[in-house]
Structure formats: C-alpha cells, structure tokens
Design a binder for this molecule. Structure first.
Ligand code: PLP
Length: 403
C-alpha cells in the first residue's frame, strides 16, 4: 500500500489541457486560439531578432559563467526592469525608494509579492480583490499563500466594455486597506483597459480608501506597441506617491516564455522601507528558489541596457503589436462582410493578446467540435492565433455558431 492512496487526483490546468487537445487534433484546418503566446502569420512561434542577437553576443562572451546569481537576481536586470515600468525620469527611482526582485517570470513575481503580503501586510484580515474575470492564476496564487480573494466587477457583458461604475463602487465599499490586484494594460482575458482619465479616478479611490495597489504587468509594449503608453497606469500611481508592487513578465514582450524572466518592482515610501521589504523578500526567496535563473534575465539585461538593441526591441514589439491589431481589423471585417448577427466592434476596440468575444460556453464547444478551433470556455480568443490564412475560416465558424 502507498501512503498517498487517499490523494485525490487534481483536475488538469484548463489552458494547458486545451493546448494538448489542439496538438492531438489531426484536422488540417485546426486553429489554436487558446494559450497567450505570440504566433507569426504562418502560425509559428517567433524568436525575436533582437533576442537572437543578444543570444549570439552571450555565446561569444568568455566572461560569462554558470555561477549562482545573487538571491535577489541580476542587479542590472532588476534596475533596468524597474526603470522600464516606472520610466527613466521616475522620481521614486531618483529618491532611491524603488526596489526590485528577479522572479520566476510574471507568475513568480505575483507569487513573491503575494507571499510577502501574506506575511507582512499589517491590515488584519485584509482580502485581495481581483477583477471579474481575471487570469485564473490570480485566485490560485493569493489563496495559495492564505490571502482570501474577492472579486470586483470589471467586464460589462452588455457594452462588452469596462464596468467602471461597478469597479469603483466595490473599491469604495471594500474595507479600508484592502489589496487590489490591477492589470495595467492588455487586461487578460477581456482586452478591455481603463482610459487614462478612468485610471485617475481609480487612483483617487485607491488613495481615499488606503487600499494597497498590486499591478500585474504581463504585456508592457505588447498591447499598443508603445512601452510608455502601456505603463501609463503604473507611472501615474507612482507619480502620485502611492506605494505599490508591480509584477513584470518578459514572457510575451521578449518572447521568452520558457526562460522565466520576470521581476517584482517595489515602490516604497522611503529608501529604508524599500530595504526592509527587499530583505524580507530575499529571506523568503532563499527558501523557495534560492536564486533565480540567469539566461532570460541576461538577454533582457543586454537589450535594455544597450540603446541600439533597445531600439531594435521596440521595432520587434511594434511588429507583434501591429500584426495583432491588423488581425483584429481583419476578423471584424470578415464578420461584417458575413453580416454576422450582433455587434462586433469590441474586437477592434479591445487591446493586447486577447479578445473576449462574448461567445457562450455552448458556442465554444461547437467551435471546437465542428470546426477544430480551440479557445477557452469563457469565449476568450488569443488574437495571436489568427492570421491571414485562417481569419476567413474563424469568422465563418463564429458566424455559424451565433446564428
Ligand atoms: N499575469 C497575467 C495577467 C498573464 O496573462 C500572464 C501570462 O499569461 C502572467 C501573469 C504570467 O506569465 P509568465 O509567468 O509566463 O510570465
């Protein structure tokens, strides 16, 4: 007998299971609109040309070795990541009150910040508010570290846009000092972001209620193609002197999915408080990963700290962002041509990797069973999976399932 006999089997992760089902499908017209990973117009993963360049520079660098990184990670990478999100002219950076911790990509950065809050956030019984809907891992991570999770309204199914009133209302009524997890740009799964004006209103309430701001930034530069525009919300909050955490992922904007390059940027009230927080996170990080992996952070570091490579990266970002924006337009045009029932302008208005189509779970099932088009049950499609070769087919399938 085994001591583990009574361990119940856990369900498979929905999104990775969807990818596996797509891969196993042998239909020639199959389409993967599931996982949030960039694809070229040929439906292939893309190694960014600037990443290839950095790669070659590293291979030829005889000074690189495989020694451990420090517990908090590669110092110049951490600083470059903080500067990328807060801006080169950030007052908080100039004041010396910005900390940074290299983490296991965006997921690890959310976990690291959440674990710190579970241990050191002083508001007794504070709960974490996540958007409804959100990336499924948010709930799993916060509940995993013992912080209860609640939801704030976000998606308005009628307008297929932002439910600002619901969001602000929940922020107003939440107990003072609650934790709010916010997506700074390219909201996953809805593709709906607040406008700069709306972000100011959100910041007003966050300040008035003394809530703690936790940004999860997985798509900087990937949403609009412009790094500063995608960082507006974070920079606005920081400029107003708000203490905050930002989890940063370099999976999407560098195409470094498997390399787990990420960072947690910490904006604290004073340099001393920043040091206190970093020291506690170093202590926790030692017990979880001991020290982070080097490869991805070295690539990001090379690119961010070299003006020429940095420019090339921005061009690569535009290539990705613009192809996705073009595909939004193409899908919208096809649906319009077909006279598909309903309003579809949300497809072009939404931003980033995903579009929240409004398709029901039943319709999603027909998309999969009849058309071999794979998307998540909530009707979210990864725009990166659409290309000039399959956009007609996808539009026809959508047209069929909504009629
Ligand atoms: N946060 C959000 C909202 C995401 O959509 C993702 C990826 O899909 C992540 C974080 C983290 O991704 P990674 O751990 O690959 O950086």
């Amino acid at each position: 007998t085994s001591v583990f006999e009574k361990v119940p089997a856990a369900p498979a992760d929905a999104i990775f299971a969807l990818t596996a089902a797509y891969k196993a499908d042998t239909h020639p017209n199959k389409v993967d609109l599931g996982i949030g990973a960039y694809r070229t117009n040929e439906g292939k993963p893309w190694v960014l040309p600037v990443v290839k360049k950095a790669d070659r520079a590293m291979v030829n660098d005889d000074n690189l070795d495989h020694e451990y990184l420090p517990i908090l990670g590669l110092m110049p990478f951490r600083m470059a990541a903080a500067k990328l999100i807060l801006g080169a002219n950030s007052n908080a950076i100039a004041d010396g009150r910005v900390g940074a911790v290299q983490c296991i990509s965006g997921t690890g950065a959310v976990f690291t910040g959440a674990q710190f809050l579970a241990r050191h956030y002083p508001v007794k019984g504070a709960e974490c508010y996540i958007s409804k809907p959100t990336w499924a891992n948010h709930r799993a991570i916060f509940e995993g570290v013992g912080i209860p999770v609640r939801e704030y309204p976000y998606w308005d199914p009628v307008t297929k846009g932002l439910d600002l009133k619901g969001l602000l209302g929940t922020m107003q009524t939440a107990p003072a000092g609650s934790i709010f997890l916010l997506h700074p740009c390219a909201h996953n799964p809805t593709g709906v972001d607040p406008t700069p004006e709306q972000w100011k209103q959100i910041a007003d309430v966050m300040v008035a209620k003394g809530h703690f701001t936790f940004f999860d930034c997985a798509y900087q530069g990937f949403a609009s193609g412009n790094l500063a525009r995608d960082a507006f919300s974070v920079r606005h909050f920081a400029e107003r002197g708000i203490e905050l955490f930002v989890a940063q992922s370099f999976s999407k904007n560098f195409g470094l999915y498997s390399e787990r390059a990420g960072n947690l940027t910490i904006v604290a009230r004073t340099p001393q408080i920043k040091d206190q927080i970093e020291s506690q996170i170093a202590k926790s990080q030692r017990a979880v990963i001991s020290n982070p992996p080097a490869y991805g952070s070295r690539i990001v570091n090379l690119v961010l700290n070299d003006p020429q490579l940095n420019r090339e990266w921005e061009e690569n970002l535009s290539t990705m962002a613009n192809r996705i924006i073009d595909m939004r337009k193409a899908l919208f045009d096809e649906l319009t041509k077909l006279g598909t029932p309903g309003k579809w302008d949300h497809i072009v208005n939404q931003i980033g990797m995903f579009s929240f189509t409004g398709l029901t779970t039943a319709q999603v099932k027909v998309m999969k069973d009849k058309y071999h088009i794979y998307l998540t049950d909530n009707g979210r499609i990864s725009m990166a999976g659409i290309n000039t070769n399959n956009v007609k087919y996808v539009a026809q399938a959508i047209d069929d399932v909504v009629r």
